[in-house]
Design a protein around this ligand. Structure first.
Ligand SMILES: [Fe+2]
Length: 411
């Protein structure tokens, strides 16, 4: 990938085409629903380098505005939250949860008329899977991404998110990189059924199938007993990665969502869900982790314990005692470490790739083609997700014999 394409694909700040493409085409996961309390503190949300304010009104609705008050640009995170409205603390201008300006207390003559002309930007918001989703586009919203996790009972789905310190595309790539599981996560998966099988063959062969809005692919590993361990992951552009359950075929699934905060920061969302039953305790999620009884789902899994200056806090003693990576906080901490160490925006023109990177390459091709089509004013297959059948998107996997076809695995 040449450096110009790399930046076109990665950068979202300011007038970057990718930022505009994302805002105009997709609902963004913005903030955990639980962070917004009726009449409570408004929260800052940063997406594609722009700051917004999210808040919950007296009667429970979500309001979503630009952070800056349209009057003199004071932060509305400071605002009073009362009577289903935000009131700026500077001059008391008051904005309803549905986006009307309802009071301009500093205007002596023509308050009602002026209220109608205040250019408050108000964005549609919806809640599902414990996430507040927002539509930032200028046109009418695209269809809501109604994946199956967005309509499951509360105890069948659990969502966490973490701020990560690198570009969002690196985070997407981590989700769609099946080969690294055998290496980076070898200590975490050892002994686990069935994902532990990934340790038996570090060179999975990939097979692909185009799907609306992206693709799915099988990572096929050969086991010592002649069977094959198959993991089928699915990418739904621009940022959804559906990951095969650890326990196949019908264990708990994972959807990763990699949302750009700005050019060099992202939010790594993890939605764990089961279509079949309430979620069970798991090392993947905070509550069942004994060492983290109070883990905050707005900041989970843990980021690396250090930074580049101290080699991210890597624990060489733990490595001597059997940890492959020296990061024992969480499996996903290992993902955060390697992505952060690539640099804030990795220079893909300097890479040397192999067969194990084919899914990552497929992601890049879609994102780059889509943003180039957007620049030309043309639609692309992923634009506005027009033909994605959301409830049908399911990752899967199984241990099968030589003759089985991965495309026929039950979903
Ligand atoms: Fe990983």
């Amino acid at each position: 990938m040449n450096p110009t394409d790399n930046m076109l694909m990665s950068r979202v700040d300011g007038a970057a085409p990718m930022g505009e493409f994302l805002r105009e085409n997709y609902w963004f996961p913005a903030i955990l629903s639980e962070r917004l309390i009726a009449d409570g503190a408004p929260q800052r949300v940063r997406l594609t380098g722009k700051n917004y304010v999210a808040w919950r009104s007296t009667d429970g609705r979500v309001g979503f505005f630009n952070e800056a008050c349209p009057h003199r640009l004071v932060s509305l995170t400071l605002a009073r939250n009362e009577d289903n409205a935000l009131r700026c603390i500077f001059h008391g201008w008051k904005y309803s949860v549905t986006g009307e300006t309802i009071e301009i207390p500093t205007e002596p003559f023509r308050q009602a008329e002026l209220c109608k002309r205040v250019p408050l930007r108000h964005y549609p918001a919806r809640e599902a899977a414990g996430i507040v989703w927002v539509w930032l586009g200028s046109d009418a919203p695209a269809q809501f991404p109604d994946f199956e996790f967005n309509s499951l009972p509360d105890d069948h789905v659990f969502t966490v998110r973490q701020d990560v310190r690198y570009n969002w595309v690196q985070d997407v790539e981590g989700g769609m990189d099946a080969a690294h599981v055998s290496q980076l996560h070898s200590s975490w998966i050892a002994g686990l059924a069935e994902v532990g099988n990934a340790g038996a063959d570090s060179a999975p062969v990939y097979e692909f199938e185009d799907t609306p809005g992206g693709f799915r692919y099988a990572a096929i590993r050969h086991l010592p007993d002649g069977k094959r361990y198959i993991r089928v992951n699915q990418y739904v552009a621009p940022w959804f990665s559906f990951i095969c359950p650890d326990q196949v075929p019908d264990g708990e699934r994972l959807c990763l969502i990699s949302v750009p905060t700005d050019d060099t920061n992202a939010v790594h969302w993890m939605v764990r869900y089961s279509p079949h039953r309430p979620l069970q305790p798991s090392y993947m999620m905070p509550k069942p982790v004994p060492s983290n009884p109070d883990a905050d789902r707005s900041s989970w899994p843990p980021n690396p314990p250090g930074t580049a200056e101290n080699i991210w806090g890597q624990d060489r003693e733990a490595m001597r005692n059997g940890s492959f990576t020296g990061f024992t906080e969480h499996l996903v901490t290992e993902d955060f470490v390697v992505a952060e160490s690539q640099g804030a925006i990795v220079d893909r023109s300097k890479e040397f790739l192999n067969q194990g990177d084919r899914a990552v390459i497929a992601v890049r091709r879609i994102l780059l083609d889509a943003v180039k089509a957007f620049q030309r004013g043309e639609p692309h297959a992923i634009t506005r997700h027009e033909n994605v059948a959301y409830p049908a998107v399911r990752p899967t996997g199984d241990v099968v014999d030589e003759t089985a076809d991965w495309r026929e695995l039950s979903l």
